[in-house]
Design a protein around this ligand. Structure first.
Ligand SMILES: Nc1ncnc2c1ncn2[C@@H]1O[C@H](COP(=O)(O)OP(=O)(O)O)[C@@H](O)[C@H]1O
Ligand SMILES: [Mg+2]
Length: 278
């Protein structure tokens, strides 16, 4: 079953303006974890917003679980597709954690007694149960984003989109979010679309797509994509840190093969160094 399907989708922010998204065809399978890469302005956020009905295409169709997204079924689309944005401070509405998590569910008229259950479950899913009564403004960035994710989870979406949701967080906060999202995908079978400019995060996905000027220019397993150095340069993407280390070691004269595994790299270095010593 296709969770998200774009058929020849075009979208422009201005009437007769240039297309922010141009003739886009792609789909995400139910249960899949897809990373979306691309430099600034390549159309990633537009793709995310078209996927949950925040924007409607000018051309082509967007289908969510087979249902064409239209102004009439926006409600269904948004219930199925939760979205988490970049800035944690713009996504919280209540001052106490549990009220904040309940807010979206209350808005779609989930019965009172069920809201309590959903809030509890959502907070557990993001590892924030003990913070139920905490003040949102006192939390760290990573904790606030986890509260934002919990608020989306309380709507019980089948698809979760994160639009650079880790961009404003420190490494620890990023790790927290990535762990939560990976677990939701693996254990709760939630379909995940992770828009990111951290290449390390893309490595966790089943598949990555690269956008450039409103079009998809590459798609494949993340490791495969990172092998295409020429293309990455052309589309202004960086390499995961471990591959940058491999390159630096080669420049320093070591015969090191590219690897994405720290252990493998360490072994290669040891082999190289002990070879030089004998
Ligand atoms: N609200 C907006 N009004 C006008 N143009 C916009 C707006 N948002 C984005 N754009 C333009 O649409 C294109 C795609 O932007 P966006 O989807 O935000 O890219 P990304 O998320 O990859 O940085 C860019 O050229 C950008 O300038
Ligand atoms: Mg964006």
């Amino acid at each position: 079953m296709k969770a998200i399907e774009f058929c020849d989708v075009g979208f422009s922010y201005e009437e007769k303006g240039t297309f922010a998204i141009n003739g886009l065809n792609f789909s995400v399978e139910e249960g899949e974890f897809v990373a979306v890469l691309g430099h600034n302005g390549s159309g990633k956020s537009t793709l995310a917003r078209l996927s949950n009905g925040l924007l409607m295409p000018d051309r082509g169709v967007v289908r969510i679980f087979g249902q064409t997204a239209t102004a009439k079924n926006l409600y269904d689309v948004r219930r199925n597709v939760g979205i988490v944005f970049q800035n944690p401070d713009n996504q919280t509405v209540a001052s106490v954690v549990e009220d904040d998590v309940a807010f979206g569910a209350e808005n779609i008229a989930v019965p009172r007694e069920e809201i309590g259950v959903r809030v509890q479950e959502a907070l557990r899913a993001v590892g924030m149960e003990e913070f139920r009564g905490a003040t949102v403004s006192r939390l760290s960035g990573g904790q606030k984003q986890r509260v934002a994710i919990a608020g989306v989870l309380a709507l019980r979406p089948r698809i979760m989109i994160l639009d650079e949701a880790t961009a404003m967080l420190d490494p620890r906060g990023r790790r927290e979010i990535v762990d939560v999202v990976t677990r939701l995908n693996r254990e709760e079978k939630i379909t995940v679309v992770l828009v990111t400019h951290f290449m390390e995060e893309a490595l966790l996905a089943d598949r990555a797509i690269v956008m450039n000027r409103g079009e998809i220019v590459m798609t494949g397993a993340p490791a495969e994509i990172f092998r295409r150095r020429d293309a990455l340069t052309a589309y202004n993407l960086s390499l995961p840190r471990i591959l940058r280390i491999c390159e630096a070691l080669r420049r320093g004269g070591m015969e090191i093969e590219d690897t994405l595994e720290g252990e493998t790299l360490a072994k290669e270095i040891v082999t190289c160094v002990s070879g030089q010593n004998t």
